[in-house]
Design a protein around this ligand. Structure first.
Ligand SMILES: Nc1ncnc2c1ncn2[C@@H]1O[C@H](COP(=O)(O)OP(=O)(O)O)[C@@H](O)[C@H]1O
Ligand SMILES: [Mg+2]
Length: 317
C-alpha cells in the first residue's frame, strides 16, 4: 500500500546493563497509514516508550528499519535527521516535568519555533502562537501564565501546542492522559481526535490502559516484554482477542459494578520473565495457562490468523 506513512521492520532496541543485554524492543514490525491511529498497549516496562522513541530515532535502534515515506531513517546523518525532525514529534505523559517552570505559556509555545528556526519574524511567531493557543483550547488571557498556575489538563494542552506548532505529520503520544484526572482525560482525548481530523495527523498512541485506546485507535498492537504479541483492528481486539495475554489484559479492565479483579489474578499469575538476555520462545509462557514445552523451543513469529488479525501464539500455528 502506498499510503503507509511509517513502516517499521524488525525493529530492535537493546540496552546494555550490568546483567546483560536488555531487550526493550525485540523484532517488532508494523506499518501506519497516513491519518491512522495505531494504539500500543501493554503493562509498564514492556517497551512501549522505547518503541516510540526508537521509531522517532530519539533512541538509536539496535537493528531493523524505520521507513518514513519510504525513506529509511536509520541511515540518516544528524543533519538529515534534523530536517525531518519537525515532521515527527512526541507528546509526553507529564508535560510539567518537561516544561521550564520559569517560562510563560507564550514563551513555552514559542520555544520549538525558535529552536528550529522556522519563522522569519517575531510577528510570524506571535501569530502562530495565537492560532495554536486557540487550536488547543487555551484561552488567550493565559499567555503570560506560568505552568504551576495551571491545572494538569491545561499543562497538557501546552505540551500538545508545543508539539503541533512545528506542524508535524506523525506524532507519538506517550501516555498523554495517564497523569490526568479521569474527568479531564476525555477532554484531552477528544482534543487529540479533533486535531487529528483537522490537521490530518497520524498517531502512534501509547498507553498501559486498553480502555483508553479503544475509541481513539483504528488498530491496536499489544506488547509483552519487547515483543508484539497481537495486532488487529481495535474492535477485533475487544471482540475476539486471540493471545492469552491480550485476554488477560481485557479481563483486567474494571467493569463498573462487577468485581473483575479476582479473574485478573487468576489469569496473570506466574513470574514475569526477565527482559535481560531472554531465552528463546514465548516470553509470556511462564504466566500462560495454555503453555506447553513447544512454546519454549523457539521464538514464535506473528501469524495472520484471520484477515488483518495477527498473533504470535502456538495455539494458532
Ligand atoms: N535508557 C535505558 N537504559 C536501560 N534500560 C532501559 C532504558 N530505557 C528503558 N529501559 C528498560 O527497557 C524496558 C522497557 O522500558 P519502557 O520502554 O520504558 O517500557 P514502558 O514504556 O512500556 O513502560 C524496561 O525494562 C526498562 O527498564
Ligand atoms: Mg512508558
Amino acid at each position: 500500500m502506498n499510503d503507509e506513512l511509517i513502516q517499521v521492520k524488525n525493529l530492535k532496541k537493546y540496552f546494555k546493563t550490568g546483567r546483560g543485554l536488555l531487550h526493550a524492543v525485540d523484532d517488532v514490525s508494523f506499518s501506519i497509514e497516513k491519518g491512522e491511529t495505531i494504539g500500543v498497549v501493554g503493562e509498564s516496562g514492556c517497551g512501549k516508550s522505547s518503541l516510540g522513541r526508537t521509531v522517532l530515532r530519539l533512541n538509536e535502534p539496535t537493528g531493523g528499519q524505520i521507513l518514513y515515506r519510504g525513506q529509511d531513517l536509520v541511515g540518516l546523518s544528524a543533519r538529515e535527521l534534523k530536517q525531518i525532525r519537525p515532521k515527527m514529534q512526541m507528546i509526553f505523559q507529564d508535560p510539567y516535568s518537561s516544561l521550564n517552570g520559569r517560562m510563560t505559556v507564550r514563551q513555552l509555545i514559542a520555544e520549538p519555533l525558535i529552536v528550529n528556526k522556522v519563522c522569519r519574524s517575531r510577528s510570524e511567531i506571535d501569530e502562530r502562537i495565537d492560532r495554536m493557543m486557540e487550536t488547543v483550547g487555551l484561552a488567550s488571557r493565559l499567555d503570560m501564565a506560568y505552568p504551576h498556575e495551571l491545572d494538569g489538563g491545561r499543562r497538557q494542552r501546552i505540551g500538545i501546542a508545543r508539539t503541533l506548532i512545528l506542524e508535524p505529520e506523525f506524532v507519538v503520544c506517550d501516555e498523554p492522559v495517564s497523569a490526568l484526572d479521569v474527568s479531564i482525560q476525555a477532554q484531552i482525548l477528544n482534543l487529540l481526535m479533533d486535531l487529528q481530523e483537522d490537521l490530518g495527523l497520524t498517531y502512534m498512541f501509547i498507553t498501559h490502559d486498553l480502555s483508553v485506546v479503544r475509541h481513539i485507535s483504528r488498530r491496536i498492537m499489544v506488547m509483552y516484554l519487547g515483543k508484539c504479541v497481537e495486532m488487529a483492528d481495535s474492535q477485533r481486539i475487544f471482540d475476539n482477542p486471540l493471545h492469552p495475554y491480550t485476554k488477560a489484559l481485557l479481563a483486567a479492565i474494571p467493569i463498573p459494578g462487577i468485581e473483575s479483579r479476582h479473574k485478573h489474578r487468576e489469569l496473570l499469575q506466574g513470574e514475569v520473565t526477565s527482559p535481560v538476555n531472554p531465552k528463546p520462545g514465548c516470553r509470556f509462557a511462564a504466566r500462560c495457562p495454555h503453555a506447553s514445552s513447544a512454546c519454549l523451543e523457539s521464538d514464535i513469529p506473528m501469524q495472520e490468523v484471520e484477515p488483518g488479525h495477527f498473533t504470535a501464539c502456538k495455539l494458532y500455528s
